[in-house]
Design a binder for this molecule. Structure first.
Ligand code: ADP
Ligand code: MG
Length: 436
């Protein structure tokens, strides 16, 4: 396909041909027509295949051809994982819009914040930036995205690897309206964390995947063990650890107290383990994290600390001593394992208190889960009855009074399942307050 064949604004065609490009690359010929229709896109293709123009061209076309939703807010926001990559995208944008009255600005971390505030006051139509700093401007109220028409995530998987999940969600929420179009580019599409993000941020996206992705897939085996109580979980933990070959492990617990207790128990059993929790000062946390990432400790026991640092840690094993309340957090946790090309294992213990979370996670993963079991450590707990059935039975036993509404009749118990129900299908909600 040639650039001349596309129904593009002539200024764009002129710029591209002027650069000596006549033929579209494969990703461009697949992505651009869809993007021009205003459709969401989830695309992958290898490095150097021309992804940048695949999103810049339809973005610029839209800005040329349609009326802005807002006079002040940026129309297009392009996020890249690193300063370097953001600069490269910005340079391509610059030549594409040279001689045109289109305004664009680059918002990078590590540069003067106030200078950026000033340039944002000029209401640029395009913003290219790194997610962290863009989020800072949203928090600082120097950037509003209500009028954003196009959100583009370049190398989305790398942004997640670098720990920008929270910032991406914030950016998404700040520009969450029906008219927004979103395009996501990623080296690999079958990444659990990415899957979560795409579910939330894209609406019925067109998936385009060209050739081999340039990263090998990460394989994460997920196993679930039923468990009776804490002591049982401790035995399971030791059992699982006895099957590792000194590879590094992150153990997640629900409470801060448990991180200390378990780390101590593991030390007593001869493991090099350490705990990380919100009780530690930031400098202590960094020390713990650094020591662990240098391999000085085998096991890190922690809670869902919302710290950026944890995002950077990659290990072979993730053990959920307790399940997180939100499926989102589960996916985030298991994302700590299975580096590109390597195998990883995520093992979760499911006790009575974890059951609702388990159901939610299962629903979210949308797959059948068979429990694993160690023959010498069987569990008496086999799961709770579905809450729905309990409700139905109660309703059957107690006929509704006239005028009484469904809600009034709802047994309180049902509330407990709410956390679970929210996970799979509700728009992104604030997480419950963490311990820190
Ligand atoms: P990716 O993001 O897929 O790694 P880039 O968008 O950085 O790749 O493009 C790689 C190079 O290919 C850039 O130098 C770009 O100018 C060039 N390029 C992009 N589209 C075309 C095209 N249609 N014909 C020739 N060269 C192109
Ligand atoms: Mg690129």
């Amino acid at each position: 396909m040639q650039f001349n064949d596309l129904p593009l604004d002539h200024r764009i065609v002129k710029a591209v041909l002027g650069k000596g490009f006549t033929e579209l690359t494969e990703i461009q010929s697949q992505a651009i027509p869809h993007a021009l229709l205003g459709k969401d896109l989830l695309a992958s293709s290898k490095t150097g295949s021309g992804k940048t123009l695949a999103f810049l061209i339809p973005a610029l076309h839209r800005v040329f051809k349609s009326k802005a939703l807002s006079r002040k807010d940026p129309r297009v926001l392009i996020l890249a994982p690193t300063r370097e990559l953001a600069k490269q995208v910005f340079m391509q944008l610059k030549w594409l819009i040279s001689n045109q009255s289109i305004s664009a600005t680059l918002i990078l971390g590590g540069e003067n914040f106030n200078d950026q505030v000033k340039s944002l006051r000029h209401n640029p139509q395009f913003i290219v930036g790194t997610a962290g700093r863009v989020a800072d401007h949203i928090n600082g109220k120097s950037l509003y995205l209500n009028g954003l028409e196009l959100l583009i995530l370049d190398e989305a998987d790398r942004m997640l690897d670098l720990g920008f999940a929270e910032q991406l969600k914030l950016i998404h929420r700040s520009a969450d309206h029906r008219k927004r179009q979103t395009m996501m580019f990623s080296a690999t599409l079958d990444n659990a964390e990415l899957h979560y993000l795409t579910e939330k941020m894209l609406s019925s996206p067109k998936r385009i995947s060209i050739g081999e992705s340039n990263q090998q897939h990460t394989d994460i085996t997920q196993q679930f063990y039923l468990s009776d109580h804490v002591e049982h979980k401790e035995k399971l933990l030791l059992k699982v650890l006895s099957e590792t070959n000194d590879e590094q492990v992150i153990v997640f617990t629900a409470t801060r107290e448990d991180t200390d207790r378990l780390a101590k128990m593991l030390q007593d059993s001869g493991y090099q383990s350490t705990s990380l929790n919100a009780g530690l000062a930031q400098s202590q946390r960094s020390n713990v994290m650094n020591a662990f990432s240098r391999g000085q400790q085998q096991i890190l026991v922690t809670t869902d600390l919302a710290s950026r640092g944890l995002d950077l840690l990659k290990v072979q094993w993730v053990i959920n001593f307790d399940l997180p309340k939100l499926a989102d957090e589960y996916v985030h946790r298991i994302g700590r394992t299975g580096r590109a090309g390597n195998k990883g294992s995520a093992i979760s213990f499911v006790g009575p208190k974890d059951w609702h979370s388990f159901i939610a996670i299962k629903g979210f993963l949308n797959q059948q889960i068979e429990f694993s079991q160690f023959d010498d450590l069987p569990s008496k707990f086999k799961g709770l009855k579905p809450a729905k059935d309990i409700n139905r039975k109660r309703r059957a036993a107690k006929p509704k009074k006239r005028g009484q509404t469904e809600t009034q009749n709802k047994p309180v118990k049902r509330v407990n399942t709410r956390a679970g129900v929210e996970i799979g299908d509700a728009p992104m909600k604030k997480k419950p307050k963490k311990e820190e």
